[in-house]
Ligand binder design. Structure first.
Ligand SMILES: NC(=O)c1ccc[n+]([C@@H]2O[C@H](COP(=O)([O-])OP(=O)(O)OC[C@H]3O[C@@H](n4cnc5c(N)ncnc54)[C@H](O)[C@@H]3O)[C@@H](O)[C@H]2O)c1
Length: 453
């Protein structure tokens, strides 16, 4: 019989629950891009607040965290374990190039049914987009009238900062978080303008073409001391200038690209193949989707940004350098096809060619009929709440990149030179162990020998 050891609660470590500031007052949520994902998120939060729907898919709302030994039977809800803002405390604003209020935008996005939308209309119809900072060269497939004008990019950044201050004042919120839910911008690489805050600010005044609109929002947000999470694969905050600004102003950053649909499946399946040492010859992924995101991704520049984000996943999980016979030469292809009849209801097919004992080949087919924004909305909610928590936590607020939030991203940001962790299960363990660490609880290693002493 395994002996039951009495669990001794560890001494609180350097950081303890008492160091985390309480979530007092309202939390302002600022969203560049009030399209399918943003409206599904806000409508969902309001529906949950009204008790007409459940926050399914949200770790902060439904997840639990095991503390101590398996025999201790201590598994509180995450939201009871760490001091998160409550849903009733969230207040929303956003920017978009179109003038539609959130109710109209949600109707056009066609994700949620009218019956549900009409019940949350009183809130949604009051959220009107602020004028956007937009450059058609960065998103070729769309154009809209609700756009700021300025003498240069620094002037546009100042206008965004004025928006942020105005929202904070008029809404009476005590804290803010920004989550980028706007379109995927065209592919760009790091350049000299991105290397330091000083170089970036000079480039802003010189209207440098290497500064994308998303970077102007990020700069404005971080300059105001507001955390910034990047839901698209754009470079945005993944440049040294933003790392510097984030640390300097104690405004956490994280990204890139919400991990939903096909990549979510990939990061669930690939760790399983590696765990059982099944080899991989090839992985062909194709999608059809018909929402505006699909239309934007129909442009080769925007698709390239997305493709880079989607392709890196398998290399990192399968580690071909460690397992050359199993993963040394697989083919990985990703296709996205814009197909209007599908709207937001994407279909993603995967054909996976694997091999097993003695090299015998096998195939796996996955056909995921998913709903993109339904999968993304709870991620937005969790990122809002966790970034706010990070800013109230002394140990996290000044470190810049919040790698513990990799769980939510296709292409997680890491410290320079560090490879990202893509395996969903390692990411979840990292996230939960971070929370345990912050509260001075023992980390869970799953060793378990103590049960057999
Ligand atoms: N839905 C998912 O599963 C998922 C997953 C990962 C990433 N994403 C990314 O999230 C983003 C939003 O997706 P979506 O389906 O809501 O797209 P969407 O096209 O419905 O919404 C994007 C909105 O951003 C607006 N916009 C574009 N550029 C802007 C700017 N500079 N400032 C302000 N607004 C701007 C557009 O007008 C549009 O209303 C996209 O970048 C997408 O690639 C979505």
């Amino acid at each position: 019989m395994p002996t039951r050891q009495k669990h001794v609660k560890p001494e609180p470590q350097e950081s303890s629950s008492s160091d985390i500031q309480a979530a007092k007052g309202k939390l302002g949520v600022m969203i560049p891009g009030m399209g399918a994902v943003a409206t599904t998120f806000v409508a969902g939060v309001e529906a949950v607040r009204k008790g007409i729907a459940k926050p399914i898919g949200s770790l902060t709302q439904m997840g639990t965290i095991r503390l101590g030994k398996r025999t201790d039977a201590r598994s509180p809800k995450i939201k009871e374990f760490v001091p998160l803002a409550g849903l009733d405390d969230l207040v929303f604003t956003g920017w978009d190039i179109f003038e539609d209020d959130m109710y109209t935008a949600a109707r056009k996005a066609g994700v949620l049914e009218r019956e549900l939308l009409d019940q949350v209309k009183p809130l949604l119809s009051t959220i009107k987009p602020r004028k956007a900072v937009f450059d058609h060269n960065y998103v070729k497939k769309i154009d809209g009238p609700n756009v700021k004008k300025g003498k240069n990019k620094m002037d546009l950044a100042e206008q965004l900062r004025a928006d942020i201050r105005e929202f904070k004042k008029t809404s009476g919120v005590s804290r803010l978080v920004t989550v980028w839910c706007a379109s995927t911008e065209t592919f760009i690489e790091q350049s000299a303008a991105h290397q330091s805050v000083k170089a970036f600010e000079k480039a802003l005044t010189q209207n440098d073409e290497n500064i994308a609109p998303s970077m102007i929002y990020a700069y404005a947000s971080l300059s105001e001391g507001v955390p910034f999470a990047n839901g698209a694969p754009n470079l945005t905050v993944d440049i040294p200038a933003m790392h510097e600004l984030s640390r300097r102003n104690q405004a956490p950053i994280c990204g890139k690209d919400f991990k939903t649909g096909q990549t979510l499946m990939k990061t669930i399946l690939a760790p399983g193949f590696k765990a059982r040492l099944l080899g991989l010859n090839g992985w062909f992924s194709t999608n059809i989707l018909g929402n505006r995101d699909g239309e934007v991704l129909d442009d080769p520049g925007s698709f390239k940004t997305k493709e880079e984000s989607k392709l890196s996943v398998l290399e990192h999980i399968l580690q071909p350098e460690l397992y050359p016979e199993l993963y040394g030469k697989f083919t990985h292809k990703v296709r996205i096809n814009y197909y209007p009849p599908r709207g937001d209801n994407k279909e993603g097919w995967d054909n996976i060619d694997i091999f097993g004992w003695l090299g015998y080949p096998m195939q796996i087919k996955v056909d995921f009929l998913c709903r993109d924004s339904i999968l993304a909305a709870p991620i937005v909610l969790d990122l809002v709440l966790f970034n706010d928590l990070a800013q109230r936590t002394p140990e996290l607020r000044g470190i810049g990149i919040q790698e513990w939030l990799s769980f939510y991203f296709k292409s997680p940001m890491t410290a320079p030179g560090l490879y990202p962790e893509h395996d969903l299960f390692i990411q979840l363990m990292k996230l939960k162990n971070t929370l345990r660490h912050l509260r001075g609880e023992e980390l869970i290693t799953h060793l378990g020998l103590e049960y057999y002493d």
